[in-house]
Design a protein around this ligand. Structure first.
Ligand code: ADE
Ligand code: ZN
Length: 322
């Protein structure tokens, strides 16, 4: 089976997290930054665990210093995604890494990303949309300007609001003010939960943040009633198995709960999260799901239909992808 050419819908990527290490090294050289500490001898990103991964991620982001760098990043990311058959991609974009929450600066960064996305749409047949995310471990206060940027630029390229970052910082309710604002503005909502936190984190995310989609959500598997709630509610999980295995959120592909969640009627989709950080691609995710759980084209077709139905794009865009 040729998994690379299969058309794919990917809902969960972090734009900076898709930056190839060689791209970050090129920017570091341009800017005279010494980032040698974040790379292994073979050129891959070097980190010990999830918290250290977040530090290395943020160090890599220091090389992205203006809209033009985000234009180049978006172009490079979409070329790679398109080469793996991705036809529609959503990506988390963070005002914190794009002007530090200043609305004027944010608009300029967004325009640059949008320009690169429009070119890739025209030249490569891949459509990109953005979800504005606050970074949880920066705290609820720091999220306010970022959320403001999201609300003010909702529509067009920006399709939703969400939260990424260190999940064990605070509780979901601490961030409900930000999600309430975004919901009132009509934004579809996403939140990372149940990547590291157990069922209670997923439960509280549903209760307090009232999201449409959960990033990861795999921690729900330990509570059958919660799994049933996910299935009944139709909340879609953006599952990133390769990321979970690589970071150690699960022990192995064989023990990953994606199959059990799917069997329980939960809407599951497949994404890469931060592919060069985890040595993965959408092709590899499909290959591993085939090898581990025996998924074949009908399974991937179903997962892609689920993803497209849960995508935050407008219906006209959805119809052009289908
Ligand atoms: N930011 C980038 N990758 C992330 C992940 N896997 N979990 C939470 N925040 C992230
Ligand atoms: Zn993520």
């Amino acid at each position: 089976m040729n998994f690379q050419d299969m058309p794919k819908v990917e809902l969960h990527t972090h734009l900076e997290g898709c930056a190839p290490p060689e791209f970050i090294r090129m920017l570091a050289k341009e800017k005279g930054l010494d980032l040698s500490g974040i790379f292994n001898a073979d050129g891959t990103y070097a980190y010990r665990d999830f918290d250290h991964f977040l530090e290395v991620y943020e160090a890599a982001c220091t090389t992205l210093q203006g809209p033009q760098d985000f234009y180049r990043l978006t172009k490079a990311v979409l070329e790679e995604s398109a080469s793996h058959g991705v036809v529609y991609q959503e990506t988390f974009i963070s005002p914190d890494f794009c002007g530090g929450g200043d609305l004027g600066a944010w608009r300029e960064y967004l325009a640059a990303m949008e320009e690169a996305a429009a070119e890739a749409d025209r030249d490569l047949g891949i459509t990109l949309r953005g979800i504005v995310t606050v970074i949880r471990h920066f705290g609820p206060e720091a999220g306010k300007p970022a959320a403001h940027c999201g609300v003010e630029t909702f529509g067009g390229f920006v399709r939703g609001f969400g939260m990424a970052g260190g999940e064990m910082v605070g509780r979901p309710a601490d961030y409900s003010y930000l999600f309430d604002q975004a919901r009132e503005a009509g934004m579809p909502l996403h939140c990372h939960a149940g990547e590291w936190g157990g069922p209670s984190m997923v439960q509280e995310t549903l209760d307090h943040l009232k999201v449409d989609r959960i990033g990861h959500g795999i921690g729900a598997i330990d509570d059958p009633a919660l799994v049933q709630r996910l299935a009944d509610s139709g909340v879609t999980l953006e599952v990133c198995p390769g990321s979970n295995v690589f970071l150690g959120a699960v022990d192995s592909w064989e023990s990953h709960p994606i199959q059990k969640l799917r069997d329980a009627g939960v809407k599951v989709t497949v994404s890469t999260d931060d592919p060069p950080f985890f040595g993965t691609t959408m092709t590899r995710e499909y290959e591993m799901l085939n090898k581990t759980f025996g998924w074949t084209k009908p399974d991937f077709d179903e997962v892609n239909r689920t993803a497209l139905a849960a995508a935050f794009c407008d219906d006209a865009t959805r119809q052009t992808i289908a």
